[in-house]
Design a protein around this ligand. Structure first.
Ligand code: ADP
Ligand code: MG
Ligand code: ZN
Length: 644
């Protein structure tokens, strides 16, 4: 888990409960459902109490009552709607009912009571009305209504709880980090390496801190800054750090959050977001993963998505609408700058582009140090060695390496993280966890051992291949076994000779299986994919094929070049066939090279495979001993691995 920086704009409902947890939602639902039911029953009870009379009354029929009236026993009758309440001379009270349409006097007359006898009785007609009357009459309609209303309210609450916020369309979903929020504050100190990027961004920090200085000399500060870099290189982190350094409000939203099912919502989110940011200026708006909305419009891939286009247009409109003295800066991050719409990259928009590289060895050490801050380490820990062994790791990989190391130590009930924990964590991050439970049959074990030994032999013998660092036939993630290589230094450039040797190394497993067992398994399929892709890139991207010559047939990021879709049909069938032929010839060459190597070093191959079957893992020192014993000189260590 990356650090939790984000604060929720809306206070969460339901205390500190996580809103995503379905069990808690259910519990809450059942809770309020129970309350609803209780209220319902109470209403019913109230209703029945109101309808039934409060006092015990003697019921008499209308004819009996008429007889009593004619006998002069009744002193008064109270008429309330259809019900009658007769008070007798002796004080008893009896009740009765009359027909609803007839007046009491005419009813009594019909029963043969004389007018004079009626006149002797005090008849008191009550106006229908009063709260009780209304409740009684309306309750049958009201109760279901109240109940339905209650349910709607309940459902709307659940929907909100589920995070859909059905009733707040268009409100920007941005998360805001305010400068006074000390706990979530990130500064440049928390970002290791990325020196050039930090330098570029320092200017922005300066402007946000002291805009007057710039505006006074008529300088126009870029509105948009695009951070580009591989996943996990710290783009999001850097954007936060800029806000932290400058002490301004930070509005962050991810590109994919803009794209919603409902048309128009993305655009209105953008409007809300910019309005909020302007009100809080100086501020930074950060659109993470902007390629989700900012893909080239109208290019075949991904299809035309109206919603996305509207959102993108709205971002552009808002950015164009900035006054020169508006202290709002838009930052965006992407790992696919090649697919971005050219309109976004135009001057006046995201014209300032900052590239963040994958960290080199020194940067890796710095990053490790940052993530080592709160961890207790044993004396033997040497972060420099860890940094050396992790070429190609991004900041995020290193973060999770440190975390895995600590987890390993805790699992084994140690209070300090040791170097061994960190070394094991490297492989875990690289290849996934060991699958010790995955038992290989003897046959499978032998095939895997020879396969990996084949890779190892080729890479130890060929001049431009990376030296072997570790071999294992313990399956990890999806791999049945693996050979870890260690490049001699961090390389920015790779040469054709290295690529050719790499391809031969990849095919080392394949040729060995065929040579030893006279058969092939599905094992080398990944090797084949990787090496074929590399051969293809050599031909189409790097101009490394003699036959095709110095042409780049594809752009770096695939088949789209700054908005211009390089269609499948861009090069002719004939060229496509030539490419295929070239790829095949490179692969065949690599295979022959690998085959020759394992054949001439058959004894070494057997020795490595045997050791693997026995020990399952061979570390570098042991491996080099085997090499020397078979007359192969291990590759120079250069200055890798200083011992502590
Ligand atoms: P990105 O946005 O480029 O994919 P993030 O900024 O989300 O990468 O980085 C993920 C995590 O990796 C960060 O939260 C941080 O812990 C770690 N990290 C990445 N780069 C660095 C760095 N240069 N220094 C320190 N930590 C880093
Ligand atoms: Mg990110
Ligand atoms: Zn392999």
């Amino acid at each position: 888990m990356p650090l939790q920086f984000q604060i929720q704009r809306e206070p969460r409902k339901g205390g500190g409960k996580k809103k995503g947890d379905p069990r808690q939602n259910l519990g809450r639902f059942l809770g309020s459902f129970g309350t609803g039911l209780l209220i319902f029953f109470l209403l019913i009870a109230l209703y029945s109490i109101l309808t039934s009379s409060q006092e015990e009354k003697v019921l008499v029929s209308l004819s009996e009552l008429s007889v009593d009236v004619s006998k002069g026993m009744v002193t008064s009758i109270e008429v309330d709607g259809d019900s009658l309440k007769a008070t007798y001379a002796d004080g008893t009270i009896k009740s009765s009912k009359k027909e609803s349409d007839n007046a009491l006097t005419s009813t009594l007359t019909n029963y043969g009571v004389l007018p004079s006898q009626i006149a002797a009785v005090k008849i008191d007609v009550k106006e229908p009305g009063g709260a009780g009357y209304w409740i009684l009459n309306l309750a049958p309609f009201l109760i279901p209504l109240v109940f339905i209303g209650f349910f709607i309210w309940l459902l709307s609450r659940q929907v909100k709880g589920a995070g859909m916020q059905a009733f707040s369309f268009g409100q920007s979903k941005a998360r805001i980090t305010l400068p006074q929020d000390k706990k979530q504050k990130v500064t440049f100190k928390d970002v290791a390496g990325a020196r050039e990027a930090k330098q570029e961004l320092m200017e922005i920090v300066d402007f946000l801190k002291n805009p007057k200085k710039f505006l006074d000399v008529g300088a126009v500060i870029p509105k948009g800054i695009l951070l580009m870099g591989a996943p996990g290189t710290g783009k999001t982190l850097l954007a936060r750090a800029v806000a932290g350094e400058a002490g301004v409000a930070f509005f962050s939203i991810s590109g994919s959050e803009f794209v919603e099912m409902f048309v128009g919502v993305g655009a209105s989110r953008v409007r809300d977001l910019f309005k909020m940011a302007k009100a809080a200026a100086p501020a930074i708006i950060f659109v993470d993963e902007i390629d989700a909305v900012g893909r080239s419009r109208g290019v075949g891939m991904g299809g035309g998505n109206d919603e996305r286009e509207q959102t993108l247009n709205q971002i552009l409109v808002e950015m164009d609408g900035f006054e020169p003295n508006e202290k709002v800066i838009v930052m965006a991050a992407t790992n696919r700058p090649d697919v971005l719409d050219p309109a976004l990259l135009r001057p006046g928009r995201f014209d300032r582009r900052v590239t963040i590289d994958v960290p080199d060895r020194n940067d890796r050490e710095e990053i490790l140090k940052i993530h080592a801050r709160k961890k207790p380490f044993a004396e033997d820990v040497n972060l420099r060695v860890v940094a050396e062994r992790t070429p190609g790791f991004s900041g995020a990989d290193l973060y999770s390496l440190m975390n895995e190391g600590a987890i390993l130590a805790a699992r084994e009930n140690r209070t300090k993280v040791s170097q061994y924990d960190l070394i094991r964590a490297i492989e875990k991050v690289m290849l996934g966890p060991e699958r010790k439970s995955h038992l290989l049959s003897m046959e499978e074990k032998k095939i895997t051992a020879y396969h990996e030994a084949g890779h190892a032999v080729v890479s130890s013998v060929l001049d431009y291949a990376d030296p072997v660092h570790k071999i294992s036939i313990i399956s990890r993630g999806r791999a049945a076994g693996y050979v870890l290589h260690l490049p001699l230094e961090d390389r920015k450039l790779q040469s054709k000779r290295e690529f050719l040797d790499d391809i031969a190394v990849s095919l080392g497993g394949y040729v060995t299986e065929r040579m030893i067992f006279g058969d092939l398994t599905t094992g080398p399929s990944n090797d084949l994919q990787v090496s074929t892709a590399l051969a293809r890139d050599m031909v189409t991207k790097y101009g490394m094929s003699e036959k095709m010559g110095p042409v780049a047939l594809e752009s770096a990021g695939g088949r789209v070049l700054f908005g211009k879709g390089v269609d499948e049909g861009e090069y002719s069938e004939r060229v496509a066939a030539e490419i295929d032929a070239e790829v095949k010839s490179i692969m065949t060459e690599g295979m022959e090279k690998a085959e020759k190597t394992v054949k001439t070093h058959r004894k070494l191959l057997d020795a490595i495979a045997e050791r693997l079957m026995e020990a399952e893992t061979i570390e570098r020192d042991d491996f080099e001993k085997i090499l020397v014993a078979h007359g192969v000189i291990p590759k120079k260590k250069k200055d890798i691995e200083h011992q502590p």
